[in-house]
Design a protein around this ligand. Sequence first.
Ligand SMILES: [Zn+2]
Length: 277
Amino acid sequence: MILLKQLLKRLDEIAPLAIAEEWDNVGLLVGDPDSEIHRVMTCLTITQATVSEAIAKRVDCIVVHHPIPFKPISQITTSTSTGRYLWQLASNEIAVYSPHTAWDNARFGINQKLAEFFQLEDIRPMVPLKSEIVNRISSLVPAEDLRLIGTGRIGTVTKDETISMIISGIHEMIHKPRIERNQSLITKVNRIAFVCGSGGSFANAAKKAGADLLITGEATYHQFLEASNLGLGLITFGHYPSEAGAMRVLSDMLCESFPELQVWRSHDETDAYCTEI
Ligand SMILES: [Zn+2]
């Protein structure tokens, strides 16, 4: 018999909540840690599709990347989509856990995986952890892992890479990426920074960390302009494509840790963007 609290403990080992960004709302957001669990589903976002799949397949806990609720709410009623999802989930005794930026920043988390896919050398956090967080988690995390936890990742390419080679690499990594890039004079790339999701605001941090290219999920028009002003290359390939694969990685890790549980990545979740235009 597996209790929800055992799953929570394992999730905190994989992506310690203490390394999430301060503004985030992570951890167990709905549920009873003492409840028994059999079926766990991972997904990127709570939508009607993922809620309906969880109910139909009698899921006990959803591990969702994006927190719900994210900001404090005053009512849980069906008059808003957030209230409707929470009401449906709680009524069906489905717990909700979100690791969000703890999973982005983790030793083997989303940004680490992106940097490893491009076979970068000397991969390290683009923005290291603050010293007070290092102190708080130093007893929980091996010392050699501590320096590999933080916001984003930066690394050095191992062979000559051009922007077009990097874009081919994104096509190899992701089925149908939605690629946009800025007007940048950069042709050769030496150091690349990765920030999954909405990372357009990290142009300055990427430049400061020594990157000449930032690859992220999405950015605004003005963030593309800002990157060009900094002399930084900026490539986006879609918020969903930049993070969705990591929820399969997480479900595989949980499967391995708990062979008694049924764990899967949502089958019904899709990107909010339609690529068939
Ligand atoms: Zn995201």
